[in-house]
Design a protein around this ligand. Sequence first.
Ligand code: NAD
Length: 497
Amino acid sequence: MTTRITHFVGGQTWPEASGRTAPVYDPATGVAGKVVDLASRGDVDVAVSVAVKAFKEWREVSLTKRIQILFSFRELLNTRKEELAAIITAEHGKVLSDALGEITRGQEVVEFACGLGHLLKGGFSEQVSGGVDVHSVRQPLGVVGIISPFNFPAMVPMWFFPIALAAGNTVILKPSEKDPSAANFIAGLLKEAGLPDGVFNVVHGDKEAVDALLEHPDVKSISFVGSTPIAQYIYETGTKNKKRVQALGGAKNHMLVLPDADLDLAADQAINAGFGSAGERCMAISVVLAVDPIGDELVKKIAEKMPQLRVGDGRRGCDMGPLVTGAHRDKVKGYVEAGVASGATLVIDGRNPVVDGESGGFWLGPTLFDHVKTDMSIYTDEIFGPVLSVVRVNSYEEGVALINAHEYGNGTAIFTNDGGAARRFQNEIEVGMIGINVPIPVPVAYYSFGGWKSSLFGDSHAHGTEGVHFFTRGKVITSRWLDPSHGGINLGFPTQN
Ligand code: NAD
């Protein structure tokens, strides 16, 4: 029997939706045992009107109470995270331990939002002019839209909604239609934690739902995470419709390995960051820049370790699961074929992997290319799969120049034991998130997450203080409580005296 996943609006599932649906696969079996509803413009209108109504009350709920609800949500997440991880693995394919990891990283933002009282404090200046005081406050925007990608169905929504809710906004989340169930599970936990109905809503869908959110006058902001072409479209359309927009896009993350680095450590980290979650992470390492003369030795170490990786069903304790859909697997496979055709050296071929899983799953094994050139598509494009390319460079300077010339600027890492080189790297590199002997430098929740160049459109990164700023708008109040001494007419511009 096919399970139907529908919207969650006004505190309940909402089966009377438009009728269009999309299949949802278990990537480890290839079976589409579920369908998800795809919202029409009319469905989105209903959800937004529910969220508008809920906003009027939610913004009046005290900050203390709002945060207490988030704290209860955090506690529920702690006790139910295994269930959520199983849901993620069943639709995304990532291994269970990795699914638990994304929940933990998302939960950090919930914990950060539990301290939002401190960050929402405004300023106060007494007696800026005779009898005049000035203070500032930050207020919620209203209904905010979150549009998330398939690769982190729990963590990416949690980058945004805990802060949005604590600040007094109401939320419409449009998750990826490829793995939609995590969003509904989270909505259920928020309700159980005491969140009033209509404050957090999930609308499933595709471009039609996204366009309806982008154009709806009552949706005040859009937080988008996904591929670069869509991120650019979201930014341009959202801002044209007078919305505040943060649109995080794709990536091509380089790891620069200097000759003085510990090569065993670098090889391990290249494998972990290249093939974890089957390379379907926006902070995955997809290019290793090996600085002369360590190329041969580093490639040998990576190649020797890669066969240890067990590919298979994420529920069976394997290291790496399948890709999210058959179409995506075929696209990634196409890049492997293009790499071979363009003359890169295929050191390990993942096209026919040994798998601990069903034959219908969307499998592709870890793949390693050496002697990759910068005009090859395996170097220029975001592949978003388990394909690692090694590019040989002659010097630190050549490596930095390549990273800075690349279209994307999400994350990067340097591996070295030279503190001076690392310090120079962090200063010179044109990328948003830098790791020094750390391959996937996803910032903790109280810092902000975001890339540069084509990896982010808009000027606000996710969570941390930038997230608080994004989900609130400032107001400055100048006040004077009159006494008789303030009488008199003066048409001059107010100055501070
Ligand atoms: P995607 O761009 O295909 O989809 C993202 C969201 O946009 C989904 O909700 C989808 O339904 C919607 N969407 C898809 N096509 C659309 C269209 N034509 N018009 C309007 N909306 C549309 O991305 P994905 O495949 O789900 O996720 C992988 C991508 O996300 C990769 O490029 C990855 O680098 C990126 N990503 C970036 C970050 C980051 O922080 N920069 C984090 C995670 C993922």
